[in-house]
Design a protein around this ligand. Structure first.
Ligand SMILES: Nc1nc2c(ncn2[C@@H]2O[C@H](COP(=O)(O)OP(=O)(O)OP(=O)(O)O)[C@@H](O)[C@H]2O)c(=O)[nH]1
Length: 329
């Protein structure tokens, strides 16, 4: 549970906002209902129920987009209703909503919803003078302060989103090749073990190691070595399905994780990659680049270390038997 909260920003924020809503709005809802203000009381309780249902749905499905949007829409409608029913007293509630919304949906969506909310309030104020604002001065002060808060919240949320995405990219990909890194591989292997144990999904692992890579560096220089590694990733991806994942394991070693695959298809795929690299990758002196591949199909009740070790042993054998070879582990 804590891992999911740590890894998924929007799930964590949805949960936090949901908890704050339940704790802070429920007493107001109960108070309004017991003092006969039924419209605002029911609106408060609808917001509370919506917060609980949306947070629960996000936890169950892992999708935070729809629950976040539903929550944001209900909060906007609730804020509008509270302002209409309570007049100036209800205006204070707009400020926390204004900030909450940026934790629920993307900055662009949040800003659009706020523009709609403030425009609706402005139009109602024009149609029914005195219904919400006590004076024109109060109305102007409200719209100026809410606009400033919305704009700064948007800038802050947008910057945070850009930085969060960049951090995520840096933490999960290899800086040279752009392939997923070893840390991501460890996470994905754990997911595969879990899926296999729970749902019987079949997974396969290919461990690729370029042959005589040291000689490439020595003969053509480190820059050509780097370029070869960079060019290898799109070549592999062009030979794979979109659901197959390529990871840089370290140095000139790469891992391909394949889901929903039978052992025979996995070894055919390894052979396709071996010959694909040989055919498509050439070095500056027109010599071909070759790769050795160790193959391991995930066995029932196997842990990921053993699975990876079998692929590694098969790769070792492929190297031992002369390279440019596929060996099944
Ligand atoms: N250019 C470049 N070279 C790298 C990088 N990472 C590792 N290497 C080099 O890859 C080479 C790997 O050499 P070895 O482990 O001896 O393997 P090999 O020469 O490929 O020989 P076999 O694997 O036995 O076929 C080393 O010279 C490393 O310096 C990198 O990011 N860029």
């Amino acid at each position: 549970m804590f891992k999911r909260l740590k890894d998924d920003f929007y799930l964590a924020m949805l949960t936090l906002v949901g908890a704050i809503i339940v704790l802070c709005v429920t007493p107001y809802g109960v108070y309004r209902l017991t003092t006969g203000n039924y419209i605002v009381g029911i609106a408060d309780m609808c917001i509370v129920v919506c917060a609980i249902v949306a947070t629960r749905a996000a936890w169950r499905t892992g999708d935070t987009v729809k629950p976040g949007l539903v929550m944001a829409l209900v909060f906007c409608a609730g804020a509008l209703l509270v302002c209409i029913s309570l007049g100036a007293d209800g205006l204070f509630w707009v400020y926390p909503f204004l900030v909450f919304i940026f934790f629920l949906v993307s900055p662009i969506r949040a800003f659009t919803l706020l523009v709609l909310l403030l425009t609706s309030l402005f139009m109602i104020a024009q149609l029914y003078p005195g219904a919400i604002f006590a004076s024109t001065f109060q109305m102007m002060a409200f719209f100026v302060t809410t606009t400033i808060t919305s704009v700064f919240s948007f800038i802050f949320a947008y910057r945070a989103q850009v930085q969060r995405r960049e951090l995520q990219r840096l933490a999960t990909t290899d800086s040279l090749t752009g392939a997923s890194n070893r840390r991501t591989l460890n996470d994905q292997l754990a997911v595969a073990i879990n899926e296999c144990a729970k749902n019987g999904r079949q997974y396969g692992l290919l461990l690729l190691d370029l042959d005589h890579f040291k000689q490439i560096n020595d003969k053509h220089g480190h820059k050509v070595g780097d370029k070869t590694l960079i060019e290898l990733v799109p070549v592999l991806q062009s030979l794979l399905r979109q659901s197959d994942k390529v990871f840089r394991f370290g140095g000139e070693e790469f891992v391909v994780l394949v889901a929903d695959v039978k052992p025979v298809d996995l070894s055919n795929l390894a052979e396709k990659l071996r010959s694909g690299v040989q055919q498509r990758m050439t070095l500056p002196d027109n010599t071909v680049l070759t790769t050795s591949i160790g193959v391991a199909q995930l066995q029932a009740n196997e842990d990921w270390e053993t699975w990876l070790h079998r692929a590694d042993m098969a790769l070792y054998q492929a190297k031992h038997e002369g390279r440019n070879k596929v060996v099944i582990g």
